[in-house]
Design a protein around this ligand. Sequence first.
Ligand code: BGC
Length: 514
Amino acid sequence: MAKRPGWLENAVFYEIYPQSFLDTNGDGVGDLNGITARLPYIRELGCTAVWINPCFASPFGDAGYDVSDYCRVAPRYGTNEDLVRLFSEAHRLGLHVLLDLVPGHTSWEHAWFRESMKAERNEFTDRYVWTDSIWEEPCGFGSLRGISERDGSCAVNFFTHQPALNYGFYRPERPWQQPMDSEGALATREALKDVMRFWLSRGCDGFRVDMAGSLVKNDEDGKGNIALWQDVRAFLDREFPHAAMISEWGEPQLSLAGGFHMDFLLHFGSSHYNDLFRCEAPFFEGNGDASAFVAKYADSCRRSEGRGLICIPSGNHDMDRLARHIHGDNRKLSFAFLLSMPGAPYIYYGDEIGMNYVEGLASVEGGYNRTGSRSPMQWDDSANAGFSDAPADELYIPIDPDTDRPTVQAQLGDASSLRSEVKRLIAVRQAHKALQSLGGIDFVCDGAKGKPLAYIRSSEGERIFVAVNPTDKTSELTVDGRFGDIVYRFGEDIALSGSRCTLGARSAVFAELL
Ligand code: BGC
């Protein structure tokens, strides 16, 4: 198992989409100095770490997930020095910072790719996955062809302008498919380590790794990708043993074997995450069913060191805002769940105040339907909700036009606001090791239709019972053990006696178990 930075144990992350957080130079786009200025806000909420979406040089065809220079901050966000200042200011406040590492592909504008398109062999010829004839298509997401002097098609990983870097094939089947230990594939891997070295030596605390399971091709059971990441972890253990690594993989049993500390629960694939927050009848809206989620989650825990090192996000830049589907107090109940589960929770900027999905926007920088979840942070009631001094029509994405839109300013001073509830919940988590990342979890009730979700979290002799009931019916639960003190409650009609718990409609309770 990888060495684990101690701070991950009680980490609560705040995800920042830099374009939309705070614009300090009036160009309509958020910037690094804006993030630095608002670190105290994040600290005050109780978060201990931030993840910043890609902030590197890019033509922004995929909002920065199309990097053209991994070692240079995009000028619209500031300079490398601004980022280093952000790291030190975060550390001064006791926060840690993860950058977003996009190892699978670059922009087609990256200098490596331009060199790799040349007909004459050079250092970058094998940096990407190329077929050896323009008439042959690589498999996967499609290809980039007809724009190079070189005779060949280049595999892409996501959008057409994101050529796939070459880390080799686990089982090469065609002559142009290089093995993982070929010179070209190993050179790409070393280049990736150089990028990590560059930012870790300047104060970054680790990485959220984009599409981490997609690097080695023809690797159905993940063995090649696990081996690659184990090698990266060995490099980190030698040079940066405290670097934290969180994967976007969605397969914790594979990702942890590769040396990642935690893996994200994805909103696509087999996780059933959407059953909770984003489907026709989401569990947290009160009339859904969480049992398929629980079955899959419990199975993933069993298969990954017996621990739920699975990070469950409130949302992110790729999915609908939680508030689009979950309303009223059920949003608070959603956070009662998110902030009492194992693995580090991630709060997407603005979710703590219930920012909504902005409907009907034209796509911005490859956002498509994701654009509505990427609108500017709503700080206060001043122009542009306090996000920027630029004219409204020059903002990166328009502000939510709803006149009742939530703001930080309005919620800060209101003890009954969503933000105040989120802050309380983080404080409760911080006060109990059993509720934090590494504590165990045993389900008591699986949230099947009409039932609450209930589980016992445990660590070093401490056991905390958590029950969340978003339905409109009172529920009765019995546990093994005797209830002690209640450490958190929300809603009416909550009674604990002996080993019996009565949980009213739309309520939640966390209680010690003796
Ligand atoms: C990121 C997306 C991005 C894609 C390609 C995803 O997992 O979160 O925003 O478009 O990777 O890099």
